[in-house]
Design a protein around this ligand. Structure first.
Ligand code: LLP
Length: 408
């Protein structure tokens, strides 16, 4: 995590001084919080860019294109920096395509994924001349063909396959299992062939794509999924389609219970090696769609304690931020670590439930976390909140959205 304590205060550290104790530099987060009105997300941009470089390096000399899954964090400053860094982007709505273009991604760097693309969105994507539409059904393929005909273009498409694998992750974020709405199994192939043949002048099949799930901490299911999908890739090629891309999706996970990054860095290495081993012999461009692994660690959500409420059963720290700003604990039972921006050195830790102002009992950010004594007015930081934090935030109960601060 690019945030560390210096004495009793939490600082944002730059990559270069992350390991250098007692060195000046970095940003005092308490000072930042005191100067900021209301709860906020803070992102360490240099950490995101370092991870993008690490991921790119894991593919070695192989031809690989990184398409950042902007649903994880669509902050415009971050997007601009990733575009400048030479990444592409994976989008899932017309709104995301618009914001990606505004952030400086070239149309040729944009992939459009998602199971429910509307006519308007497909039209917009085709007219914008984006790199590839990841197709989720024969009906969608038909829709794309009509859009291409209307705008007198040829649309580049990839078929999203559902390889029926079941990675060990939360059931809400597995996507490559036969019971999920995503992708297509082999029974769809005859119909896909028919639509392709009927719209030869409007469609170009460029590749296949997979995304089997998110927060994966091992890659055996991904290996199984690619292995199961390769025969389909080869079969389409044998039929004369010039497939030159294989998209392995995103999904790399982190260990939310610890600061230790060795495991996720090893996973990144393994990801590149796996892609090279399985796809190298196919002579194609490898595409991937990483989200969380690039941005989760780089973000904190900071809120201020409004009340400390002690009942015979529990002690609650009630903040000005909650499930409306970070939904992951309420939705998936996700556990994020909590850090006070300033520790009381003399205080014995005790267990707190860190909760928000929303009128629901699912409004918690952490349960039973040991913290040094907390008082109203203190600030608490929720760790590893850079992915699927702000991007899933709402104005439920008519609270304002949090502010976002990008540190560079
Ligand atoms: N590609 C596609 C087609 C996806 O649907 C996703 C994520 C990604 C790439 C990026 O996956 P990542 O590398 O971030 O795992 N809200 C949940 C995660 C939902 C993921 C949705 N799809 C969470 O907070 O854990």
């Amino acid at each position: 995590m690019p945030f560390t304590y210096r004495g009793d205060r939490l600082f944002a550290t730059r990559k270069a001084d992350a390991n250098a104790r007692n060195e000046e530099g970095g940003r005092d987060l308490l000072e930042l919080a005191r100067g900021t009105e209301g709860p906020f997300y803070v992102y360490a941009l240099s950490d995101v860019l370092a991870r993008a470089r690490r991921l790119r390096a894991s593919f070695g000399g192989q031809s690989a294109s990184l398409h950042y899954a902007m649903k994880a964090n669509g902050n415009p400053v971050l997007l601009r920096a990733l575009a400048r860094e030479g990444l592409g982007v994976d989008t899932v709505s017309g709104g995301e395509i618009e914001e990606a273009l505004a952030a400086g991604f070239a149309p040729g760097a944009i992939i459009f994924s998602g199971a429910g693309k509307t006519v308007r969105e497909v039209d917009f994507a085709v007219r914008s001349g984006i790199k590839q539409i990841n197709v989720e059904s024969p009906q969608e393929l038909e829709r794309i063909a009509h859009a291409a005909r209307r705008s007198n273009r040829v649309a580049d498409v990839a078929f999203r396959m559902n390889p029926d694998v079941s990675p060990r992750t939360h059931p809400y974020i597995t996507t490559g299992f036969r019971e999920n709405k995503f992708g297509m199994d082999e029974s769809f192939i005859p119909e896909l062939r028919r639509v392709l043949a009927a719209h030869r002048d409007s469609l170009r099949l460029r590749g296949l794509t997979l995304h089997i799930g998110s927060q994966l901490t091992e890659l055996d299911s991904l290996e199984e999924a690619i292995t199961k999908t390769l025969p389909v890739f080869r079969a389409f090629r044998a039929e004369g389609h010039a497939l030159d891309r294989f998209d392995i999706g995103g999904g790399l996970g982190i260990d939310y219970s610890s600061d230790e990054t060795a495991g996720e860095f090893a996973l990144i290495e393994e990801y590149g090696r796996l892609a090279n081993r399985l796809l190298g012999p196919e002579d194609c461009e490898t595409l991937c769609e990483p989200g969380r692994i690039l941005v989760a660690r780089a973000g904190l959500l900071v809120g201020q304690v409004q009340y400390v409420k002690t009942t015979p059963h529990k002690t609650f720290a009630i903040l000005d931020t909650g499930m409306h700003h970070l939904l992951r604990p309420a939705l998936y039972g996700a556990r994020h670590r909590v850090f006070p921006l300033e520790k009381r050195p003399d205080a014995e830790p005790r267990a707190y439930d860190v909760v928000g102002p929303i009128c629901e009992s699912s409004d918690f950010l952490a349960k039973d976390v040991p913290l040094p004594r907390v008082e109203p007015g203190d600030y608490l930081a929720i760790a590893d909140a850079g992915a699927y934090g702000y991007s899933m935030a709402s104005r439920y109960n008519r609270h304002a959205l949090p502010i976002e601060v990008v540190l560079d």
